[in-house]
Design a protein around this ligand. Structure first.
Ligand SMILES: Nc1ncnc2c1ncn2[C@@H]1O[C@H](COP(=O)(O)OP(=O)(O)OP(=O)(O)O)[C@@H](O)[C@H]1O
Ligand SMILES: [Mg+2]
Length: 278
């Protein structure tokens, strides 16, 4: 069943250029959808539509059948939708981790006695329970971003909107965050995830590629990455395995040894098989 539905949505910030132009998108409940696209293609605007930070000029955005343009509906939508942005520091409001995570449920009017349990649970889910009394300023960027995710989770959302949450993190922080997102998806949360990391896209159920305010490509990761030339034309860098395989083929290595795959383990397998069959 569709939990997020954009119906022919258009939006402009400046009245001149459309940040979104006639975008239609359906996200099924429990899906993990990754949004890719070059800078300025409309990714952030798209996810901001879902929690009403952006209200379309034309078309409708429905979340669980509720319309983001209706103020009563929007309150209800925000109860069920958590959002994490690129920079954790833009999302920290308190000087103690637990207070920061409590901010969301407090805002929703959850009674005090219930809040501690929500905060505990949220911090546990991101592996930060031991830091409940820490000062966010003393944490690493990756830890702060995990606290930001906990802040979203403390509201027990059905939907998690992620706008490049890993872009300020180091590789270990990114891997941690990817594992956390995979765990939340496995627990049934619908994830709409803007990223520029191809590894994130490979882990998704579905990939949407934006270009100049429109959806240029959409499909399962393997379907989308099978169209490597189009992805490159849309300004995206292919996954490492795919780039390497393409280079090898250009040097005359056969397709069997250097298959056009985005997945490193497939490439590894093909190359290892050639060694073992010698
Ligand atoms: N607050 C704003 N005011 C005016 N124009 C904006 C604003 N935010 C975005 N835009 C414009 O809307 C278009 C889409 O921007 P958006 O931020 O959605 O792109 P994006 O794909 O998220 O880009 P990035 O990869 O840089 O985050 C761009 O042309 C951008 O310049
Ligand atoms: Mg953006």
């Amino acid at each position: 069943m569709a939990v997020i539905e954009l119906r022919d949505v258009s939006f402009t910030y400046d009245g001149e250029r459309d940040a979104l132009s006639h975008v239609s998108l359906t996200v099924e409940r429990g899906a993990h959808v990754v949004v890719l696209g070059r800078n300025g293609s409309g990714k952030s605007t798209l996810v901001r539509c879902v929690n009403g930070l952006v209200v379309p000029d034309e078309g409708r955005v429905l979340v669980d059948g509720r319309d983001t343009a209706d103020p009563d509906d929007l309150l209800e939508i925000r109860r069920h939708t958590g959002m994490v942005f690129q920079n954790p520091d833009d999302q920290m409001v308190a000087s103690v981790v637990a207070d920061d995570v409590a901010f969301g449920p407090e805002n929703l009017g959850v009674p005090q006695p219930g809040i501690a349990a929500l905060v505990d649970e949220a911090l546990r889910r991101v592996g930060m329970a031991a830091f409940a009394q820490a000062d966010p300023a003393e944490l690493s960027g990756g830890q702060r971003q995990r606290v930001a995710v906990a802040g979203a989770l403390a509201m027990r959302p059905d939907i998690l909107l992620l706008d490049e949450p890993a872009s300020m993190l180091d590789p270990a922080g990114r891997a941690d965050l990817a594992r956390i997102v995979a765990g939340l998806h496995a627990a049934g949360i619908t994830v709409l995830h803007v990223t520029h990391l191809m590894e994130d896209a490979l882990a998704a159920d579905r990939v949407v590629v934006m270009d100049r305010g429109t959806i240029a490509m959409e499909g399962a990761p393997d379907q989308v990455f099978a169209r490597g030339d189009e992805l490159e034309a849309l300004g995206l860098e292919l996954p490492f395995a795919q780039r390497l395989a393409r280079r090898l083929r250009a040097l005359g290595v056969s397709e069997a040894l250097a298959p056009d795959t985005p997945r490193l383990r497939d490439l590894e397998e093909a190359l290892c098989q050639s060694r073992s069959s010698r």
